[in-house]
Write a protein that binds this ligand. Structure first.
Ligand code: HXC
Length: 518
C-alpha cells in the first residue's frame, strides 16, 4: 500500500478527527456529573485489549431535518462491539451522552440492532450500557421505529442469551422498556434514573412535585418498583459487580454455566447449621446465614436484594457449579409470600430454568399474605405466577424445608407433587395445612367458647397440634418429602442430589407456549 497516497492520508485524517471528537473536554463533561465516558465504561467491562469496536465511523442518517439539527459525528452516539469478559465472548453497546444526549437516531438504533443480532447468532450475552435522552426528537418517527426493532430483538433473544442492562444516566420515556425487557437491570445510585415521564410532566399533569431521584432513582427502582435488580454507589463498582455476575451465567440456553475450580475449603458437614433456626417458632433468623453455610465460601450473589425482602433470590456456587437460590426470609414479614415476592420469585425461577441453572429452595413460609390490600391487588393472580414458574421449570429442583411450610405456600415452594425432584426437611420443619393457632381456632371454636380457661386450653391444643400434625415426620412417612435430615449434612445431601440430577431430561410436549397468569 502507498502510505503517502491520497487514501491513506484520508484514513489517517479520519482517525485524527475521531480523536478530536472524543476530547478531554468531552470526558470532563461526563466526569463532572460523576459519570464515566462510554469508552471508559467499555474498557472497564472488557478484558484488557479484547474489545473490538465496529461501525466506529458511521454517521447519522442523511435525511432532511425540519426541526433542530443533527450533529454529523462519527458513531452516532453509541459504541458497539465485542470482546472478552473473564475470557468469554460478550457483545455490548454503550450510549454516549456527550453526543446529542446519547439520543437514539436511526443509525444509532441500527448499530444496536446489529450487535443484538450478532450476539444472538453467536450465542453470547449482550450488555447494554444506557445513558440517553431517548428517541432523537429531530429524527421523529424513524427513531421510534428504531426502538421498536430493538425491543423486537430483545424479546426474540429472551431465554436464548442472557441480556443485561446497565443504566448509567437517564433512561426516559418509552426507552425504559428496553431495559425492562432484559433479564437483569443494574443501576448506579444518584447518577442514573428511569421513568416513563419525567418530573416536569408529572407536575403538569398531576400537579405533584417530585425530584428525578424520588421518581426514578436507583434506590426507588431497587426497593419499590423492582425494576432494578442491582444498584451500586459508583460506576466502577457497578461494572465490577456485573463482571462477577456474568461468571454465574452460561453464554446461552444450550450451554451450562461456567464451572469454577472447587478449592475444597467448604466442609460438606457443617454443624453451625444446627443452631441457626431458633427453637421458638415465632423467633426470626436470617436465612442468608443458612445460605452462606451451605454454598461455596463467599459465592452467594444476591439479586434484587432490596425488593420484596421476604423472599431472597440469588446465584451461588456449589462445588464450583452455579445454582439459583430461592429462600423465604423469616427476618422480613416472617417470610410471607406477598405480591412482590411472588413476582420476584417467579421471574428468577424462569431465568434459572431458561439458562440451565438448577434451583435450590429453602423454605420457611407461614403462607400467602392475607388482607384486603393484597387480595384487591391480586395476590391470587400474582401468587399463581410462582406456582406456574416452579411447575414449568425443568431444571433440577431441590427443596429443603427449614421450618414452616403451611398451606398453599407448602405447595408453591417447589413441593414434590408440583414437580420438585428432591425434598428434604430439617427436624424443625412444621408441615401442615395451616399454622397451629389458625387450626385450633377453627377445629375447636365451640370448645374454646365454652371453656372456663380458653387460654390454657388453646395452649394445650397448640402443643398437641405441633406434636401430632405440624412436624416433618408425617410427610416423611407418607412420602411427601424424601427425607428428614440433620441440618449439619445439608450441603452433602444437596451436592449429592444435584449430582444425581445432573443429566435430568424432561420431554415437554410441543405447544406454542403456556399461558402464565400475568
Ligand atoms: C435529541 C436530545 C434528546 C433527545 C437530550 N438531547 N435528549 N437530543 N433528542 N431525546 C440533547 C439536548 O438537546 C442537549 O443537547 C444534550 O442532549 C444534553 O441534554 P441536556 O438536556 O442538556 O442534559 P440534562 O440537563 O442532563 O438532561 C437530560 C435529560 C433531558 C433529562 C435526558 O435532556 C431530557 O429531558 N431529554 C428528553 C427526554 C425525553 O423525554 N426523551 C424522549 C423520550 S420518549 P446540546 O446540544 O444542548 O448539548 C422516547 C420514545 C421511545 O424515548 C419510544 C419507544 C417505544
Amino acid at each position: 500500500m502507498d502510505l503517502s497516497g491520497k487514501s491513506y492520508k484520508a484514513f489517517i485524517e479520519r482517525q485524527e478527527a475521531l480523536k478530536k471528537q472524543y476530547s478531554p473536554k468531552q470526558a470532563e463533561k461526563q466526569h463532572s456529573k460523576g459519570k464515566l465516558t462510554a469508552h471508559e465504561r467499555i474498557s472497564l467491562l472488557f478484558d484488557s485489549g479484547t474489545f473490538e469496536e465496529i461501525y466506529t465511523y458511521v454517521t447519522p442518517a442523511d435525511q432532511p431535518v425540519e426541526f433542530g439539527k443533527v450533529e454529523r459525528t462519527f458513531g452516532d452516539g453509541v459504541i458497539v462491539g465485542h470482546g472478552k469478559v473473564n475470557g468469554r465472548l460478550v457483545f455490548a453497546y454503550a450510549q454516549d451522552f456527550t453526543i446529542m444526549g446519547g439520543s437514539l437516531g436511526v443509525v444509532h438504533a441500527k448499530k444496536i440492532a446489529k450487535i443484538q443480532e450478532m450476539a444472538l447468532k453467536m450465542g453470547s450475552p449482550i450488555i447494554g450500557i444506557m445513558d440517553s435522552g431517548g428517541a432523537r426528537i429531530q429524527e421523529g418517527v424513524a427513531s421510534l421505529s428504531g426502538y421498536a426493532t430493538i425491543f423486537h430483538n430483545i424479546i426474540h433473544s429472551s431465554g436464548i442469551i442472557p441480556q443485561i442492562s446497565v443504566i448509567m444516566g437517564p433512561a426516559a420515556g418509552g426507552a425504559v422498556y428496553s431495559p425492562a425487557l432484559t433479564d437483569f437491570v443494574f443501576m448506579v445510585n444518584h447518577t442514573s434514573y428511569m421513568f416513563v415521564t419525567g418530573p416536569n410532566v408529572v407536575k403538569e399533569v398531576l400537579n405533584e412535585d417530585v425530584t428525578f431521584e424520588q421518581l426514578g432513582g436507583a434506590e426507588i427502582h431497587a426497593s419499590k418498583s423492582g425494576v432494578a435488580h442491582m444498584i451500586y454507589d459508583d460506576e466502577e463498582n457497578t461494572i465490577l459487580a456485573l463482571k462477577k455476575f456474568l461468571s454465574y451465567l452460561p453464554s446461552n440456553n444450550v450451554e451450562n454455566p461456567p464451572v469454577m475450580a472447587d478449592d475444597g475449603s467448604c466442609s460438606d458437614i457443617n454443624e453451625k447449621l444446627r443452631d441457626i433456626v431458633p427453637d421458638d417458632p415465632n423467633k426470626a433468623y436470617d436465612v442468608k446465614d443458612v445460605i452462606n453455610n451451605i454454598v461455596d465460601r463467599n459465592s452467594f450473589f444476591e439479586t434484587a436484594e432490596l425488593f420484596a425482602q421476604s423472599l431472597v433470590t440469588g446465584f451461588a456456587k456449589l462445588k464450583g457449579k452455579t445454582i439459583g437460590i430461592v429462600a423465604n426470609q423469616p427476618k422480613v414479614l416472617a417470610g410471607v409470600l406477598d405480591i412482590d415476592s411472588s413476582t420476584k420469585g417467579a421471574r428468577f425461577i424462569r431465568f434459572c430454568d431458561a439458562f440451565n441453572i438448577p434451583i435450590l429452595t429453602l423454605e420457611d413460609v407461614p403462607g400467602f399474605l392475607p388482607g384486603v390490600d393484597q387480595e384487591h391487588s391480586g395476590i391470587i393472580r400474582h401468587g399463581a405466577k410462582m406456582l406456574f414458574a416452579y411447575a414449568e421449570a425443568t431444571v433440577p429442583k431441590i427443596t429443603v424445608i427449614l421450618r414452616k411450610a403451611y398451606g398453599g405456600a407448602f405447595i408453591v415452594m417447589n413441593s414434590k407433587n408440583l414437580g420438585g425432584d428432591f425434598s428434604f426437611a430439617w427436624p424443625s420443619a412444621e408441615i401442615a395445612v395451616m399454622g397451629p393457632d389458625g387450626a385450633v381456632a377453627i377445629l375447636y371454636r365451640k370448645e374454646l367458647a365454652v371453656s372456663k380457661n380458653p387460654a390454657e386450653l388453646k395452649k394445650q391444643l397448640v402443643k398437641k397440634y405441633r406434636d401430632k400434625i405440624a412436624n416433618p415426620f408425617i410427610a416423611d412417612e407418607s412420602g411427601y418429602i424424601d427425607e428428614v435430615i440433620d441440618p449439619a449434612v445439608t450441603r452433602k445431601k444437596i451436592v449429592s442430589a444435584f449430582n444425581a440430577l445432573s443429566n435430568k431430561w424432561v420431554k415437554v410436549p410441543s405447544r406454542k407456549h403456556g399461558n402464565m397468569p400475568l
